[in-house]
Design a protein around this ligand. Structure first.
Ligand code: RIB
Ligand code: CA
Length: 325
């Protein structure tokens, strides 16, 4: 079976790490690069989490990690540390022998898509600063990407960082608007609400079951998602939220999607009140569509999918302090 070559653009904490595991371990995936963007937690912690994720999968050094934009285009960076804690999950490993690419993430996105035009897909699960910068540097970038899956926005529904905005679009709304208008031919959006809350949120009993699978990856999952499930439950969300890993899953297994529609999606950049809000115009408004918005997935099948990833036996390359606690 031909593999799906992809890049994951990420602000690595919590579910971003699980998304990378899916990109590494799903037999149908060929993960070509990890590109890092400012988002969830401090940049150095995000980079450390990316290494940690590769390590626990036994794949340290097998996929290049490219550092990208450390600030949004116009705004001051705002983190989600209130949601994810410091982002480490209490885990650490020796960092003296780790290697990273010298190439900036944006240059890597441009080069890799130029080397294989129309072949590479991108799953963007953080703020869209790297992708927007690539669009600005080279207007043909969008045409070279096979499929772009974006985790961002809400489908005319509630936000998570403000009442109206989802975190990834809120942090860099200008970048989100640039990317959405750039002409990506196959652009799919995994929104926060209602999709993630309905179909990609695992109640604590399911989260604990995944954490008890007995593999290093299961222990890693349970630790990396612990702060977030505590936070989510404190704000009335019933479980561990997985929009980023769902984004990788729907690229690799589109059959998970049970409902999607074409929308015209725009992001608010001028209002402070609704900064980063995604306005998704459906067919009634007769605007040219720029994205397929995923509206429902088979949640049980997605849970089984992640269970399969986390049940994979791996041997971490380096010891991980805190993993067996
Ligand atoms: O709003 C959800 C997004 O922000 C996800 O990408 C998650 O990683 C986060 O903090
Ligand atoms: Ca993310």
């Amino acid at each position: 079976m031909p593999k799906v070559p992809l890049i994951i653009d990420t602000d690595t904490a919590q579910d971003d790490c699980i998304a990378i595991l899916a990109g590494l371990l799903d037999p149908s995936a060929e993960l070509r690069a990890i590109t890092m963007v400012a988002g969830n937690v401090g940049f150095e912690q995000q980079v450390a989490n990316a290494h940690l994720t590769l390590n626990v999968a036994g794949r340290l050094g097998s996929v290049p990690i490219h550092r990208g934009c450390t600030q949004p285009i116009l705004r001051h960076w705002e983190s989600a540390e209130d949601v994810h804690g410091d982002g480490s999950g209490g885990l650490s490993m020796a960092s003296d022998a780790l290697s990273e690419s010298d190439e900036h993430a944006v240059n890597a996105l441009l080069r890799l898509t130029a080397e294989a035009p129309g072949e590479l897909s991108i799953v963007a699960i953080g703020p869209l600063t790297n992708l927007a910068t690539a669009v600005i540097l080279d207007r043909s970038f969008a045409q070279r990407v096979k499929t772009l899956v974006i985790m961002g926005g809400s489908n005319n529904a509630r936000g998570n960082i403000t009442a109206s905005a989802e975190f990834n679009f809120y942090v860099d709304p200008e970048a989100a608007q640039i990317v959405l208008q750039a002409g990506f031919e196959d652009l799919r959006i995994v929104p926060w609400a209602p999709l993630t809350l309905l179909d990609a949120t695992f109640p604590r009993a399911d989260y604990d079951r995944l954490g008890a699978l007995g593999t290093p990856l299961a222990g890693f999952y349970h630790r990396m998602c612990a702060a977030t499930i505590d936070y989510d439950e404190s704000v009335g969300i019933d479980g561990s939220t997985h929009p980023d890993s769902l984004s990788v899953a729907v690229l690799l297994h589109p059959e998970l999607v049970t409902e999607q529609s074409g929308y015209r999606v725009d992001v608010e950049t001028s209002s402070e009140l609704t900064r980063g809000m995604s306005v998704m115009a459906w067919e009634k408004f007769e605007q040219p569509t720029n994205a397929q918005v995923i509206e429902a997935v088979d949640g049980a099948a997605f849970y089984d999918y992640l269970r399969g990833i986390l049940a994979t036996e791996t041997v971490p390359n380096l010891p991980v302090a805190g993993l067996s606690d």
